[in-house]
Ligand binder design. Structure first.
Ligand SMILES: C[S@@+](CC[C@H](N)C(=O)[O-])C[C@H]1O[C@@H](n2cnc3c(N)ncnc32)[C@H](O)[C@@H]1O
Length: 275
């Protein structure tokens, strides 16, 4: 983002430049920026410069992060085209969504690719919190699973999930299921379970265990965790939910810094068969 800083020199004061964020998100044609209060009265100059430098057609201000159980972002368009429905292209997949209505984290790009690379031909995958297909679509496009069951309970995200299955031509693999995964997840079917949600993930660990095939499989468990507890808490929770089934931690990584002192981590755990 040196360019943005450089190109705003002479427009913003030295103090304002110091407050200018180093980064912004880009999803499709929309650039999303977080500005401190002190810079809100300069948002137009900043937004116009972002459009000029990046070719973004829309600039939106992030107002308070992603909220609620549906993980809805709070955005306000401040410049350019007011349309926030995008087609975002990533890893050879196309994601259609309204970025003002559904959550999509550009910071998870490597995790989406990593998971797609792990899936073996013929696997059955259950994506418990599918969103617009962030994991399900790359898996279906790049791996050769037999079936991906993609569960989503937010009607708007579900509509885009269905649309993304169609535009990526993976309707023969991905089965979107509308509803609360606690009620609608198929049980005893999965070689792999994806738990791509934050804050409440541990509550669904017992469900994930039931969704796995009786002979076991792999779960990808996401959690936001204070940095000092980084892998300890998620690993303990997995062992607890496994209730005596064998657990092998096969990978663990920080997906991204979630907030100061808090990491978004993922733990891959191989769960043994039912006793
Ligand atoms: C944070 S988004 C993440 C989407 C995607 N898994 C990812 O990691 O990028 C979580 C999604 O899970 C959905 N969700 C939350 N609780 C759910 C539940 N109990 N059953 C099904 N979907 C749920 C929300 O509506 C939201 O679309």
């Amino acid at each position: 983002m040196t360019n943005l800083h450089e190109s705003l020199q002479g427009i913003l004061t030295k103090k304002e430049l110091e407050l200018l964020p180093r980064r912004f998100k880009r999803i499709g044609h929309v650039a999303i920026i977080n500005l401190p209060d002190e810079l809100l009265n300069r948002s137009q100059e900043i937004a116009l410069k972002i459009m000029e430098l990046t070719g973004a057609k829309t600039v939106a201000l992030s107002e308070g992060g992603i909220t609620g159980k549906f993980r809805v972002p709070r955005l306000r368009v401040i410049a350019g085209n007011p349309n926030t429905e995008v087609i975002h292209v990533e890893n050879g997949c196309r994601f259609k969504m309204d970025v003002a209505k559904v959550m999509f984290s550009p910071g998870n790009v490597h995790e989406r690719k990593r998971i797609a690379d792990l899936v073996s031909p013929g696997e059955v995958v259950v994506d418990l919190f599918a969103g617009v297909g962030q994991f399900s679509i790359p898996i279906a496009v790049h791996a050769k699973p037999r079936r991906v069951h993609s569960i989503e309970m937010n009607q708007i995200a579900f509509g885009y999930l269905q649309e993304n299955v169609r535009i990526n031509k993976v309707g023969h693999i991905v089965r979107p299921i509308m509803g609360d995964c606690s009620a609608v997840a198929p049980k005893g079917v999965a070689d792999r379970v994806i738990m791509g949600i934050l804050h409440v993930t541990h509550r669904y660990l017992p469900l994930a265990m039931e969704v796995l095939k009786p002979e076991g499989g792999v779960i990808h468990y996401h959690e936001t965790v204070p940095s000092p507890l980084r892998f300890k808490r998620p690993v303990e929770r997995i062992f607890q939910a496994a209730g005596g089934r064998e657990v092998e931690i096969i990978n663990r990584r920080v997906v991204k810094r979630y907030s100061p002192g808090v990491d978004h981590v993922v733990v891959d755990a191989k769960i043994g068969g039912m006793k």
